[in-house]
Each structure stands twice: as structure tokens, then as C-alpha cells.
Design a protein around this ligand. Sequence first.
Ligand SMILES: O=C(O)CCC(=O)C(=O)O
Ligand SMILES: [Fe+2]
Length: 336
Amino acid sequence: MTATTLPIIDIGPYLDPAASAEQRQAVSRALDKACREHGFFYLVNHGVPQDLCDRVRAQGHQFFQLPEEEKRKHKVAGNFRGYKHFKDIIIRGRASLNEAIAFYPPVNCYSDGIAQGVDPTSPSATLPTMPDALGSQNSWPSDEFRAATEEYRDLVLKLGDRVLSAIAAGLGIGDSFRDWLLDPTWSIRFNGYPSLTGTDTEKAGDVSLGAHVDYACITILNQDPESASLQVMSKSGEWHKVQPLPGAFVVNTGKMLSLWTCNQYPARLHRVVHRDEKPRVSVATFIDPRFNAVIGPLPELAVPGEEPIKYTPKTFGSHLVDQLRIYSAMQQKQVS
Ligand SMILES: O=C(O)CCC(=O)C(=O)O
Ligand SMILES: [Fe+2]
């Protein structure tokens, strides 16, 4: 299998207030090309300290090395938040050899009322339906884990805002995306991959994480530098390895961005096959629209001559809850 050559985007000018308009436009053009043609790119000069990226992954390694019963203490009611064992992650009918622990924004608003201690006049208390599907609150393995992850999250969300600003400028829609992306819904998932080598692949499946597209706007991936285990499907339908690039994030576009851009930026299939002996950890930050933003294809991005996309606009929150229900139903069907 060959390694893919992904574009390398230097986001520096979008982080540097002294950069010129021309420098920024060049970044936006490069991003536009990368999103149209690949849906995946390396992001360099991103300003998130390497030491912090390494520390966050190290917390993941430490957690995944814990005994099973310790990890299962971080299972959280609901579908996605908290710890999940690989046996619970079924994609297209196959179990994946993967485990994960995921964190979401705090839930403040349930169908039966507002969480204790939340100001009823605050914006988060007036969101239409905070998802009970996200279940309860985050379960942090330790104070150090939480501190490193929250420091990392804050920087990565700022970076995500800059990347999406640059993408919006490249699409020529200026800041109209702001309405969607102020106060984005985020989630951070730590993925743990034991080696596939030596496992009963018939039972475990021959992939670590099955082929999928992300439903986020963009995903910012921080991965161990040693192994090229992430694979991306090319336009001609072949799998290509993504070689980690030291100091770079791998960023990919998801279904939300493809919906928003009327499929001009398609979401690309990817999967993980980890055969190296050492376990691998990746930390994926998914950046999505604000919970109560009304989402749908942007009319100004409709492709002339093509059928308009049929989509009834709805809030991102209800879309997310629908997605979680679909995944949950799939899992229950497969596990039972
Ligand atoms: O671990 C990786 O390289 C990819 C993870 C991924 O695709 C995901 O979490 O959605
Ligand atoms: Fe993914």
C-alpha cells in the first residue's frame, strides 16, 4: 500500500495579526484546494505547543493501559460520552479493535429541566434541547488528564476557529459562517489502538477502526508520530496510508462541511489499521456548529446546473441527537 501525499497547509498567516491580506488569501486558496480535492491535509505552524500535544497523548496512553475494570468505571450513560470498549464499537457490522474515551461540552439543559446551578437566563440554559442522548457529564480519569485536555481543547478550538475562518474566506462567504460556529459544539475523543498483529482477526475484524466519514465540520487529529496507521480512501477507491508529519496535525473535513458547501467539500472515508507492536493513541477534536444553529446547504454555494440538495434545515442539536440515535440503534442491533 502506498502512502498518500496530502497537502501541507501553513496556517501561520491566519494566526499572525501582522500578516498581510495577500498572505491570508494564499492560505485560503490552498485550503480551498485541499478541501475540494482531498478532504484531508496536514496543518503546520499551528501554534499549539508540541509539548502539550505530546502530554495529552501521554495521558491517553496512561489511561488505556489501566485494567479493564478501571476503564469501565468511566462508562457514561448515553451513547457517546465516556469510555467505550472496542467490542461496543461496531461499524458496518464489524467490531473494531479500538477503545475510546470521549468528552463533550457539559449538558445544562435536559428535556425535564435545567441542570442544577445553571443560571436560567444564560444562553446555555435556553438552548432548545440539550441532548439527553449525550448522557450525564464527562468522566475524567484524573485531574492531570482533565487539566491537560482542557488546556489543549481551548487552544485547538481557537485554532479551529481560525481554520474555519480561512475556509469561509476561501469559499467567498466571508463571515456568514459565524452564525453557525460561534460557541461551537466540540467533542474530543481519545482513541486507543492495541496492535492487530497476533489477534484473532476473524473475531476482532481486520481493521482497528472501521471505514467511516466524520460528521463534524472539521476534525483536528493529534496522533503518535511513529506509526502510519491512519488510511484514507482515494477518489479511485484505494486505501492509502497517512504518514505522520512531525509537528503537524492531520485535519479532515466532515459531513457538516459537505452539507454546508453543497458537497463541494466532500467528506472522505478513512479507517485505522494498526499493526505495529506498540499501542497507538490518537486524539481527535471534532468541531461542529453551535448547538442551536440552524444548519443546511448554503444557497450561495449551490453548484449551478446541479439539482439542489434536498434537506430540511434543522438545528445542529437535533441533527446530533438524530445521529447519536442512529449509532445507538446500530450498536444495539449488532451487540445483541
Ligand atoms: O486514529 C485516527 O487516526 C483516526 C481517528 C478517527 O478517524 C476518528 O476518531 O474519527
Ligand atoms: Fe474519523
